[in-house]
Unconditional design. Structure first.
Ligand code: ADP
Ligand code: MG
Length: 723
């Protein structure tokens, strides 16, 4: 028995549920937020004036009064110690897209040889991790190490539990000693501030002078794969790169559509309950779970929250998925395309904006044509997405996501907007002089008396659109499963702010102080926008060739790969945009561009090294063993004077030769170096990646003819279906 068949045998012995939690005793919804230093905990534990000050900063992004830090820190420490915490950690979000944490204990020895727990306002507000070891795109040299983490009051502290203890976690922004953002949180907070400033101008025009913070909201659906840990332990490619660099398609894939929304396997649902229980404790409102399209693929989605909180919670969700999977002897794969030939994983970013009194500003109501305020915000999105479509493409560019976009399972790299029938019609009317009516939502009669009549939405959904209106929000569907939602949210907030700024300025100009001119001013500006930017609207099937041709005719960019898309980050208009709204400085954009380019190059470099190693040390030896077996058998048959078949041996031998030459070619391509990062990235994309694919093609053919008991790599069938 080889390691692979031992693994398969062991998996077949697994019990579906390996931990037992008495879920009848502890109702997990009651534990929601149990480990969060939330508003309600603060209300109980902080003096009234201090609580009010914290709440004001959280609700309205007002300036934090540093004088309150000592009192908050002390209350936080007492609360954390009651929960068993001995340590605290500043949690931050470096440009790697991962979550980073630096831990310190509360312990301070006193003079008598004992220890006390201490946590001051200063340590709450500021931490000092080494900044040079995180990617910073040349902002910091190795010897210039100083970096700071800064307490983000708007995202509550929480307790991370481990069977051996607990840690108080404090979400923070991460900055270099020179003041530049080195992280994904700082720009999101800045962009929310910019969006609010501009949104307030529109609200004032429509008579709301309350100045209540308008916050961007986000609900991110996360797709992921689960594979048994034992199989992954035999796949160095998945361990090192997150995806299978080899593997012939399994005879049965997703063609029967029998996995999507199917019954969730016991072992998987046990895992899901556990994940949800952990996330509830952290105050993360996860809501939806189901099987996804590909075998072995699943989804989890929360209820939306304000953008900064949703981003932190999304990161925690990814960490928790990975952590809990191991407990169930599985690996959770967040790569955008772990398995060629079946669907990859995305992360749909649902986006809107609003506040308590206004509600959701992208909710059109029953009669959108009369809802001028809604139409203004909607038009701002249309204009922004058209003007900066390349930027939206750039913020979802990564080596992993390149496998997904445009592969007819996710939106193409061409950014367009789906509005739906009702809104498309309203904007068409605006274009022709003014909107007079809205197509009505209907009621569906099912034809079975026992079933209730179903209310029907005014428009259908479009799964193929990268940026789709879904009734009361936009859904940015091009984001990759492994990506932080921060980049996309920062981009949307900022282009939205710029468009709202433009619209507010235009309307103010036309009105010139005369409030009675509001409606006609809105009509004029909306018409202008739809005339100039209507080309971004496409309600059809984004997967078809006709659309690609039509999009080219409309002048919509189609940046197919990461090296084509990333340079947009440093285009002049993008720099001006981010500078103008104080979201990212030119220096910060340069550093991000360089960092993401570097990450792309490194990803492909690792993939190519693993490809060579596995081709040479796994596939080649397996093929040679089988070759020997076949050769010996042919020889014996010949000796015996019996008829024998050497076709397989000949095929195998020529594949082995092909393997050697494909690997040789890949090695040659890998030797390419350039001092220019963009050149290097282009070589990765245009030379190295195709050469890797050639090696894979041969190995996958070998897998199809080498004797199954000699093939050491777990197959697609085993990885996708064994649960
Ligand atoms: P789908 O049918 O598109 O898969 P899901 O229920 O899986 O829908 O996910 C929809 C997501 O959109 C949820 O996270 C939901 O909370 C979010 N959402 C709903 N309203 C808003 C809003 N106003 N702003 C942001 N996200 C929202
Ligand atoms: Mg969903």
């Amino acid at each position: 028995m080889n390691a692979r068949s031992k693994a398969v045998a062991a998996i077949n012995q697994r019990k579906p549920v390996e931990t037992t939690i008495n879920f009848k005793e502890v109702y997990s919804i009651d534990r929601f937020g149990a480990n969060v230093f939330s508003m309600s905990v603060m209300k109980k534990r902080l003096p009234k004036d201090i609580f009010k000050s914290v709440k004001n900063t959280v609700d309205n992004f007002t300036k934090l009064d540093p004088a309150i830090a000592n009192v908050v820190a002390n209350a936080m420490k007492d609360w954390a110690i009651e929960k068993g915490a001995t340590h605290y950690a500043h949690v931050f979000f470096p440009l790697t897209g991962a979550t980073a944490e630096k831990h310190d204990s509360f312990l301070v020895p006193d003079l008598s040889g004992n220890a006390i727990a201490e946590f001051s306002g200063k340590t709450l507000i500021q931490g000092e991790p080494d900044a040079s070891s995180f990617p910073n795109g040349g902002l910091r040299q190795t010897f210039e190490a100083r970096g700071y983490t800064a307490w983000d009051v708007t995202s509550p502290a929480y307790i991370m539990e481990n069977p051996n203890g607990a840690t108080l976690c404090i979400p923070t922004a991460f900055l270099s000693w020179t003041g530049e953002a080195l992280d994904k949180k700082t720009p999101i907070l800045r962009s929310m501030q910019a969006l609010n400033t501009q949104a307030q101008r529109i609200l004032k025009l429509f008579g709301d002078h309350s100045n209540k913070m308008i916050a961007a909201t986000c609900g991110a659906e996360q797709e992921y794969f689960l594979v048994d840990k034992l199989l992954i332990s035999l796949r160095p490619d998945i361990q090192a790169t997150g995806r299978a660099l080899f593997g012939a398609a399994s005879p049965k894939g997703q063609e029967f559509d029998d996995h999507y929304f199917g019954a969730i396997p016991d072992r998987v649902i046990a895992f899901m309950f556990d994940v949800e229980r952990e996330l509830y404790k952290l105050g993360i409102p996860v809501k939806t779970r189901h099987n996804e399209v590909a075998p072995g693929q699943f989804e989890i989605a929360p209820i939306f929250e304000t953008a900064n909180l949703a981003t932190d919670h999304q990161q925690l969700t990814m960490v928790t998925l990975k952590k809990v999977a191991k407990k169930y002897n599985m690996e959770c794969l967040l790569h955008e395309k772990p398995f060629a030939g079946v669907n990859g994983s995305g992360k749909h970013v649902n986006y809107s904006l609003g506040n308590e009194s206004q509600g959701n500003l992208l909710d059109p109501g029953e009669t959108p044509h009369e809802n001028a305020q809604f139409l203004v915000f909607c038009a701002a999105i249309i204009r922004g997405v058209h003007k900066y479509s390349k930027l939206l493409r750039a913020v979802v560019a990564s080596a992993g996501n390149d496998h997904r976009l445009g592969a007819n399972e996710a939106p193409p790299a061409i950014i367009s907007i789906f509005l739906g029938e009702q809104l498309a019609d309203v904007f068409e009317q605006i274009k022709n002089g003014g909107a007079k009516s809205s197509k009505k939502a209907g009621v569906m009669n099912i034809g079975v008396d026992a079933l209730p009549p179903l209310p029907m939405d005014a428009g259908d959904r479009n799964r193929t659109s990268p940026f789709a209106f879904t009734g009361n929000r936009f859904e940015f569907r091009a984001v990759g499963a492994d990506q932080s939602v921060s980049g996309p949210l920062v981009a949307i907030n900022t282009i939205f702010a710029e468009s709202i700024d433009y619209i507010a300025t235009e309307i103010e100009k036309i009105m010139a102080g005369d409030a009675s001119k509001l409606n006609s001013a809105v009509q004029d500006v909306l018409k202008k926008i739809i005339d100039e930017h209507g080309a971004i609207i496409f309600n059809g099937d984004n997967y078809t060739d006709e659309w690609h041709k039509e999009a080219a005719r409309r002048g919509l960019p189609n940046l197919k790969t990461t090296p084509e898309a990333l340079p947009v980050l440093v285009d002049d208009d993008v720099k001006v945009l981010f500078e103008k709204y104080a979201v990212l400085s030119t220096v910060e954009l340069d550093s991000r561009y360089e960092t993401y380019l570097e990450q792309y190059i490194k990803k492909i470099a690792v993939e190519s090294k693993v490809t060579v190693e596995m081709a040479d040390t796994v596939a080649y030896p397996a093929a040679c063993r089988y070759q020997k077996e076949l050769a010996e058998s042919c020889l014996k048959m010949k000796e015996l004077g019996l008829e024998y078949d050497d076709v397989t041996l000949k095929d195998l031998s020529s594949l082995i030769k092909g393997l050697k030459s494909a690997v040789g070619d890949l090695k040659k391509k890998m030797a390419h170096t350039s001092s220019d990062a963009l050149d290097e990235a282009k070589a990765c994309c245009g030379q190295i990646a195709p050469a890797m694919k050639n090696v894979r093609d041969v190995v996958d053919q070998l897998e199809a003819i080498v004797a199954d008991d000699l093939w050491p790599l777990p197959t697609y069938q085993e990885m996708l279906f064994l649960k």
